[in-house]
Structures are given as structure tokens and as C-alpha cells.
Design a protein around this ligand. Structure first.
Ligand code: B12
Length: 212
């Protein structure tokens, strides 16, 4: 569909205002937010990832594309996060220490919110102690940890250990995700679950709070 392709192309070129406008236009044309996300924004971001990996583009271009992705997500946020259901459970969500990637985490947060969870986002580059303090303060049912770098993945393990040592891991389920993370790694560090994408993260979170 032309609109969706236009969203992907403008995202790759980093044209934030155009991406926001095209997302708005696609919504007006009755394309669902989920389709716009999966077949427009994500297709563009995927292409950015490929070009970055192949050294065809560099960090500034990726950052500008990421800004355009955020501009599109901002338009979708109220719709993806719209929910008639009362709070299904509380979630504390963050990206591990040393890691500043937040697009995937934000998407997970948006879809969880849309599914009726109350999400507290503690941001990027979050040390284990920030997770610990957030758990003490918000008493979540689930802690979600994101990592996009192989070098920061061990921050997940550290966070799980810190929660356990603080004696606050009882009753709190830890879920992990991000491109380099696997189900096997989740099991190895003693996390309660892993999901490969935001929609699966919602299914997993619902299961863990006993909602289905
Ligand atoms: C955008 C981007 C950036 C942007 C980030 C902007 C931002 N605000 O996030 C910028 C330019 C800042 C950046 C910087 C760097 N990046 Co970068 N980046 C990317 C890129 C292109 C896309 C990531 C992304 O947003 N994907 C789209 C989202 C939607 O997907 P996602 O994050 O995977 O999230 C989904 C799932 O993983 C899952 N999920 C995510 N989190 C969670 C959490 C939970 C709890 C659950 C259940 C699920 C879940 O659900 C999400 C939604 O479906 C990737 C390439 C790629 N293909 O992944 C490289 C990539 C991650 N970056 C990479 C690198 C190396 C870097 C730098 C070190 C580069 C440098 N030399 O400085 C720095 C590190 C900065 C830092 N300290 O964090 C490498 C990592 C390699 C590795 N294996 O470690 C990658 C893979 C590129 C590559 N192939 O080389 N990057």
C-alpha cells in the first residue's frame, strides 16, 4: 500500500514531520494502527538497521531515522494505548545500564498500556539499583528489561541478582527482551520469560499475571 511504503521511505530518510503526517493520513484512511506500525514504521526501521549493519549509513542517520520513528509512534501512541479495561497489572520497564536504545522498549510499553497494564518507564541506561528502587516504590507484578547490545545484556543478569539479593524478587516476574536476547539466555539468568516482540510481550505479561 502506497501510504505504508511512503511511511517507511520517509522514516529511512529521517523526515519526522512527513512521517507524522503520513501516519495521520493512513489513520484517516482507516488503516489500523497495528498495520501502520508493522508494515510502515517497522519496515522502515528494519531497513535502517540493515543499512547501518552494512556500513551504508552511520549513527547520525540512524538517530535521525529514530527521531522520525518516534514522531510516527507519537501519533499512534494514544490509539495503541487506548484501553477500556481496568489495570491488568503493574509493570516497571527500562533499558539496562550502558544501553540507550529505547524504541523497542517504548513499543513494548505502549502495547502493554494498550492491553490494560499500568506501566512505569524508568528510561534508558538504567542501573540495577534504579530497577530495585522502582520495584520498591511501584510494587509491580512484572519487571521488563530491554537490551539491544550484546555488551549490555549482562546488565539483565545483574538486575535479576540485585532484585533477588534485596529480597524483593518474590512475586515479581522478570521478563527480558531486545534483539540479542534469547529464551535460552532468559532461562540462564533466571528470568521468568522472554518475548521476541511487543505483541508477544503482551501475551507473556498476561500469562504471568494469570490473566489467561
Ligand atoms: C536505532 C538504533 C540505534 C540508535 C538508538 C536510538 C533510540 N532512541 O533507541 C542509536 C543511533 C542511538 C544507536 C546507537 C548505538 N548502536 Co544501535 N541500533 C539501532 C538499530 C538500527 C535499530 C534498533 C531498533 O530500534 N529497532 C526497532 C525496535 C522496534 O526493535 P527492538 O529494539 O529489537 O525491540 C523489539 C524486540 O526486541 C522486543 N523488545 C525490546 N525490548 C524488550 C523488552 C522486553 C521486556 C520484552 C519482553 C521485549 C522487548 O520488542 C520490541 C518491539 O517489537 C539497531 C539494528 C537492529 N536491527 O536492531 C542497531 C544496533 C542495536 N546498534 C548497535 C550498535 C553497535 C550501537 C552502538 C554501540 C554504535 C556505536 N558504535 O556507538 C551505539 C550504542 C549506544 C548505546 N550506548 O546504547 C548494534 C548492536 C550490535 C550488538 N550485537 O551488540 C545494532 C544491532 C546494529 C548492528 N547490526 O551493528 N543505535
Amino acid at each position: 500500500m502506497a501510504d505504508l511504503q511512503g511511511i517507511a521511505e520517509n522514516l529511512i530518510e529521517g523526515r519526522a514531520p512527513q512521517v507524522a503526517a503520513l501516519v495521520g493520513g493512513a489513520l484517516a484512511g482507516e488503516i489500523t494502527p497495528q498495520t501502520i506500525l508493522n508494515e510502515g514504521l517497522m519496515v522502515g526501521m528494519d531497513q535502517v538497521g540493515r543499512r547501518f549493519k552494512a556500513n551504508e549509513i552511520y549513527i547520525p542517520e540512524v538517530l535521525i531515522a529514530a527521531r522520525a520513528m518516534h514522531a510516527g509512534m507519537d501519533v499512534l501512541r494514544p490509539l495503541l494505548a487506548k484501553s477500556g479495561s481496568p489495570t491488568v497489572g503493574r509493570v516497571v520497564l527500562g533499558t539496562v545500564q550502558g544501553d540507550r536504545h529505547d524504541i523497542g522498549k517504548n513499543l513494548v510499553g505502549m502495547l502493554l498500556t494498550g492491553a490494560g497494564f499500568e506501566v512505569t518507564d524508568i528510561g534508558v541506561d538504567a542501573p540495577a539499583d534504579r530497577f530495585k528502587e522502582a520495584v520498591k516504590e511501584h510494587k509491580p507484578h512484572i519487571v521488563g528489561i530491554s537490551a539491544l547490545l550484546t555488551t549490555t545484556m549482562m546488565g539483565m543478569s545483574r538486575t535479576v541478582d540485585v532484585l533477588r539479593e534485596a529480597g524483593i524478587s518474590e512475586g515479581v516476574k522478570v521478563i527480558v527482551g531486545g534483539a540479542p536476547v534469547t529464551a535460552a539466555y532468559a532461562e540462564e539468568i533466571g528470568a521468568d520469560g522472554y518475548a521476541a516482540d511487543a505483541a508477544s510481550a503482551v501475551d507473556l505479561a498476561r500469562q504471568l499475571v494469570g490473566f489467561e
